[in-house]
Write a protein that binds this ligand. Structure first.
Ligand code: GUN
Ligand code: ZN
Length: 439
């Protein structure tokens, strides 16, 4: 909803230090950051009515309403995870394999359990709880192949007013038979989920052909048809994560110039497409992805854990490719977007690049919202946006407290959170202005 002349009545107020981004610091410099030392966030009907200095806004509090005081803590827009696998919550920490073996040995085994609705429902509760404990208030999710698992996760998130985009994975080859749909049933089941859940409350649907190795050309064509029929749905998939994967794609699609061209041929590369990994792309592929306006999703803990490679953000930026940041649980090893940007810093540093604290915090809030086409709904504290909030405690552990004694600037504090922070640094989480987690 855009800011209106008639904002809803204020029904909640949060007090603390406020920090959000009005623009991309890479473009606008430090002026992109809004920081208020003693701030009020006024909420009405789940949306931001105003965010600014308490001294300016206190007289807008309705008679008798007291702000919830978060003291010295930092209130930031809830984190957004651009790529995470719901049925991999018990795959995390599977030892000793690179992508293709990891999929066969661990992931495709575990994902079969999500055929059971009770298992899916119990794991949906865990998944949502765990995201909220980590200050993540929105995510783009791969579910399993089973429509019932996506249904269970939508229902759980809908009941909590959590904004999730969920894709029923489409896969009709390259996995155990119990995990396969067909071009026809994958299309039909995904379409039924879109019709049932897309834009219902805060739920949206994503179209999720897993990757080129687990879909026949017929299924990729069906996924492309879905994307054409539902142009406002996100498309989520994987590309160029692993060298053996790329060789196998070349063998499976000999008529295509390269991996990106496979997705492009089936109408799967567009401004709503989120491409997990993008580690080993050719210059031609990067140029094509930039031209289509698709998003490269940087998954640092996963890329390290699976030994996949180093994401080159500077190369993407120079080529004009949009970038998002994600955990990629369960190839990824942490649900925390703080840990994720801490690992992103190290991966970029290894390549002579420097991820600034503002760039990192922008990436996991407003930057990811932009990548998802949701910057008019989430990712900052501008009036009219949905009031998702993470309350951060920069002194959450003895080591952080001790380090913070020597911190002088807000940039230093952000970098302490990125380097040392995790779920312990999330003191509270709000969804649409309502409390959703308290440490
Ligand atoms: N490529 C295809 N499927 C997957 C998956 O589940 N995780 C990761 N990291 N890569 C993939
Ligand atoms: Zn993934």
């Amino acid at each position: 909803m855009p800011p209106t002349a008639h904002p809803p009545p204020i029904d909640r107020a949060l007090r603390g230090r406020l920090l959000w981004y009005r623009d991309d610091p890479a473009r606008a410099g430090p002026a992109a950051r809004a920081y208020v030392e003693d701030g009020l966030l006024l909420v009405g009907d789940g949306r931001v009515v105003a965010a600014g200095p308490a001294a300016d806004l206190a007289d807008r509090l309705p008679a008798g309403m007291r702000a919830i005081d978060h003291g010295p803590h930092l209130l930031v827009p809830g984190f957004i995870d651009a790529h995470i696998h719901f049925p991999q919550v018990q795959v995390v920490a599977s030892h000793g394999a690179a992508l293709l073996d990891w999929l066969q040995r661990y992931t495709f085994v575990e994902e079969q359990r999500f055929a059971d609705p009770a298992h899916a429902a119990a794991n949906a509760r865990f998944f949502v709880d765990e995201l909220l404990r980590n200050g993540t208030t929105s995510a783009v999710v791969f579910s399993s192949v089973h429509p019932g698992a996506a249904e269970a996760l939508h229902a759980e998130a809908h009941g909590r007013s959590m904004r999730l985009a969920i894709g029923k994975v489409m896969m009709d080859r390259g996995a155990p038979p119990a995990l396969l749909d067909t071009a026809e049933t994958g299309y039909r089941d995904a379409k039924a989920l879109i019709e049932r859940w897309h834009e219902r409350g805060r739920q949206t649907s994503a179209i999720a052909p897993r990757f080129a190795l687990t879909s026949t050309p017929e299924q990729l064509a069906a996924a492309g048809r879905l994307a054409r029929e539902h142009p406002d749905c996100l498309v989520e998939t994987h590309i160029a994560e692993n060298l053996r994967e790329i060789e196998a794609v070349r063998a499976a699609f000999p008529e295509d110039r390269d991996y990106a061209s496979v997705y492009d041929r089936f109408g799967l590369l567009g401004p709503r497409t989120l491409l997990g990994h993008c580690l080993h792309l050719s210059a031609d592929e990067i140029a094509l992805i930039a031209e289509r306006g698709a998003v490269a999703v940087f998954c640092p803990t996963s890329n390290g854990f699976l030994g996949s490679g180093l994401f080159d953000w500077a190369r993407m930026r120079e080529a004009g490719v949009r970038v998002a940041v994600a955990t990629d649980i369960g190839g990824g090893t942490s649900y925390s977007m703080l840990v994720t940007i801490g690992e992103a810093y190290k991966v970029l540093h290894l390549q002579g690049q420097s991820l600034a604290p503002d760039a990192a915090f922008h990436a996991i809030t407003r930057g990811n919202a932009e990548a998802l086409g949701l910057a008019d709904r989430i990712g900052s504290f501008e009036p009219g946006l949905e009031a998702d909030v993470a309350v951060l405690d920069s002194r959450a552990t003895p080591a952080m407290r001790h380090r913070m004694e020597a911190a002088r600037t807000i940039e230093e504090e952000l970098f302490v959170l990125a380097t040392m922070g995790d779920d312990r640094a999330v003191a509270a989480t709000y969804l649409a202005g309502a409390p959703a987690h308290r440490r």
